[in-house]
Design a protein around this ligand. Structure first.
Ligand code: NAG
Ligand code: NAG
Ligand code: NAG
Length: 394
């Protein structure tokens, strides 16, 4: 009964709010840091957010790599969920003590668990590689921050091996201390052009780390999952949406994330809804539009214009809706803070909770006649993705 009234208040507030001025950008993620920038590529991390000071369950990483580049071997204290936005990549990582190499293409999702050593190369011919990643912070050493530990590279980036003294390394690798010195002086940055990567030393160090030759071929790591090859969960004339959870792709359980992708045609609206399971972090992939978020107490929280590249979020239980600009389609992608199947509760449209509850109790709560109420909640015949509101031509 309580949820019922909260939803009602929310529905009314959302309706009242229509047409008011923009309420700031409190659910737009605007803090970002460039963590890598070299000639061969860059990595930007957009800081996630949690409600009321709670640590964010994730940050968003935007990786871009030039053709023929390599992101040198490293491990993180955070689980990465990669989404290949554009291009082709090869990810090599140490899975159960063997080296696994996976080829990834546009639309692929792939999970690299925290603590696994991996590297990445752009294998697309003459094509830049763009990756959007969630960086889950559940395992991190510090509160909400995360740390990359490079295992090769010498001084730039600083290799974790550099923390050991020369004699220890010489003994560990069974090489002379001169050789140790010469290896540890090298390194041309975290993302480099691959010709340099072919230098034997990097592979040598990776090999010692993983003893991969003995184990190669004995294990198979999980396959990737392509978001664009799967049929939409919902589709009508105004757009489509897809949600992928751990039931669809088991590695998401380890990451603790779900994934969604929505494409709205010009002017269409993803109906007001609540995510009862997870907090959502989204990124506009194409087009522009607006994102509306409402506090659970029924006060407008944000109505902000967004465009390609903008990141936004909505805490669990906060009603929200997304509207594509009239000028064209808007496509957005995102991560949810849980891999459990997302069952959004819609507050408007034919699949809404109001429609499900329509009856004397709901009429009484609105203080209206049942017939009048039915007329209102049944006026919208579409569900989930709603058509553009006709332009004011009347
Ligand atoms: C160390 O290297 C030397 C010379 O290459 C070799 O003879 C020896 O077997 C190696 N020791 C180990 C433990 O690998
Ligand atoms: C999204 O929809 C528009 C048309 O509304 C279409 O042109 C575009 O290709 C779609 N995007 C994807 C990824 O399917
Ligand atoms: C609703 O909640 C928000 C966020 O906690 C708060 O800022 C706002 O004042 C509340 N509004 C009302 C009417 O209680």
């Amino acid at each position: 009964m309580t949820l019922f009234f909260v939803l009602l208040m929310v529905a009314v507030a959302a309706a009242d709010e229509r047409g008011t001025e923009e309420e700031g950008r409190m659910f737009i993620l605007e803090k970002w840091k460039e963590v890598v920038k070299t000639e061969a590529g860059e990595v930007r991390v957009v800081k996630g957010s949690g409600w009321a000071g709670a640590p964010s369950p994730m940050h968003l990483g935007f990786i871009s790599m030039e053709p023929n580049s390599l992101y040198v071997p490293q491990y993180l204290d955070a689980t990465l969920t990669l989404f290949i936005r554009r291009g082709e990549a090869k990810v090599g990582w140490v899975y159960k003590d063997g080296l696994e190499e996976k080829k990834l293409k546009t639309g692929d999702i792939y999970v690299i668990p925290s603590g696994s050593t991996f590297y990445m190369t752009n294998t697309g011919k003459g094509q830049r590689l763009h990756i959007i990643a969630s960086i889950s912070t559940a395992d991190t050493l510090g509160l909400g921050e995360f740390q990359s530990s490079f295992i090769a590279g010498g001084s730039n980036p600083a290799s974790v091996l550099a923390g050991f003294d020369k004699q220890t390394l010489a003994a560990a690798f069974n090489i002379s201390s001169e050789e140790v010195e010469s290896v540890m002086r090298r390194g041309r940055g975290p993302i480099i052009f691959a010709e340099e990567a072919k230098k034997k030393r990097i592979r040598l160090m990776l090999r010692s780390w993983a003893a991969m030759e003995e184990n190669k071929g004995k294990v198979t790591s999980p396959e990737s999952y392509n978001l664009y090859e799967r049929a939409p969960d919902f589709k009508n004339d105004y757009g489509w949406s897809v949600a992928v959870g751990e039931e669809d792709y088991q590695p998401l359980m380890r990451a603790g994330v779900g994934i969604f992708l929505v494409n709205l045609t010009a002017g269409a609206m993803l109906a007001p809804h609540v995510n009862p399971v997870a907090t959502e972090y989204g990124v506009v992939l194409n087009g522009e539009g607006s994102v509306h978020v409402v506090f659970p107490n029924g006060t407008a929280a944000m109505k902000a214009e967004v465009r390609e590249g903008d990141a936004f979020w909505a805490p669990r239980f906060f009603p929200m809706c997304h509207v594509a600009a009239r000028s064209g389609a808007m496509e957005f992608f995102g991560f949810a803070s849980s891999g459990k199947k997302n069952r959004p509760q819609f507050l408007a449209g034919s699949g809404s909770v109001l429609r499900a509850l329509a009856g004397p109790e709901l009429a009484a709560a609105f203080g209206s006649e049942e017939e009048e109420l039915l007329e209102i909640v049944e006026a919208q015949r579409e569900s989930t993705i709603l058509p553009p509101w006709p332009t004011s031509s009347s």
